[in-house]
Write a protein that binds this ligand. Sequence first.
Ligand SMILES: Cc1ncc(COP(=O)(O)O)c(C=O)c1O
Length: 426
Amino acid sequence: METLERRKLLLGPNLSTAYSCPVKIVRGSMQYLYDEVGTEYLDAYNNVAHVGHCHPRVVAAAQKQIGILNTNTRYLHDLILDFAEKLTATLPDPLSVCYFVNSGSEANELALRLARAHTNAIDLVVLDHAYHGNTTTMIDISPYKHDGPGGKGAPPWLHKVPLPDLYRGMYRDEDPDAAAKYAQHVIDAVRQLDGRLCGFICESLPSVGGQIVLPNGYLNRVYKAVREAGGVCIADEVQTGYGRIGTHFWGFEKYDVQPDVVVMGKPIGNGHPIGAVVTTPSIAASFDNGMEFFSTFGGNTVSGAVGLTVLDVVQEEKLQGHALDTGEQLIGDLHGLMNRHEIIGDVRGSGLFIGVELVTDRRTREPATSFADAVVNRMRDEHILFGTDGPFHNVLKIRPPMPFDSNNAERLVTTLDRVLSTFRVT
Ligand SMILES: Cc1ncc(COP(=O)(O)O)c(C=O)c1O
């Protein structure tokens, strides 16, 4: 039986596949993926394989450790401590206490528990269109899910504020006070929560929201107001950390702010399931309330070896600087395409975290949703993989494995140029 048919029988029906003609990928190497007949695809989408699919050093570290020991954190072992030490060295003081789990969803769950334990409060402020994970509570705090198809809306303790999207949001690029106006929504929300606020969570560059770079001056105002109202500031760095944005190692550093809790996932294990939360000793002390925290697989010995090696590779191969250079070239060339293709309304991003927003009319900014879908499928036929995102699914989402290089960028832009030239806006 064909793989797709077997999958329909055996896996949950709401697990989606990418592309109208799904690809069957059987092998990966750095920024390339291969299908069952050996066709090579340039991967411009998978941010999980951060240092590259099957990076030989990560593979070797996992293979070596799984043959020696793989057990949990109730036994003493140096590997997870070496990883924690190296990880916290990338963060400003006092972000120095680590918890290890198995996914971004679990890490965000834990971040919420930390915030609630520290504040003795429940209510949370979140950006509209955000996604923070697939568990029951993460759906509750993810407007992208609970306001979308099949969603049941937000619980009463969740407070949504507008996504600070300078291209499509309620205050736009032409408004010099946009950052302050967006921040005012948070300030108003937290002031009304008198004693009930546990915190504020946002991605440092909202991804599902459409590859958004927050306006300068937004997070400073927001974090200040949240703290004044007694809340904890949580940065979801699941997509944006580890040098991807080129200019900085962590997304929040771009805005010169410091969160109280940092949430990590996807890239830190390069595909091995590792999630992590790093917080301050004071928040960790509030959480240490008599109830043990334990995750069976979180922080296991193999995860320690993999996590440590991934971070070594990011630093030794200078991938942040590489992302900055390649990203500058790619973003510049994509901007260049705007002169030739009216359909491109906006190009934005930082490093190898890039969004290309397609619109049917640059003046009204009408989303070119079905066109974006067609482009992604045509690019797949050209053996270049990326996806769409944003509230209207009209933003081409480009966030490749970090070894993605200058030649790859050139090929992506040339191919996209050709694909866009063959379409006419409908
Ligand atoms: C920003 C963000 N946070 C959290 C998650 C959840 O991570 P996971 O799928 O590893 O549970 C995701 C996953 O896409 C994400 O993009």
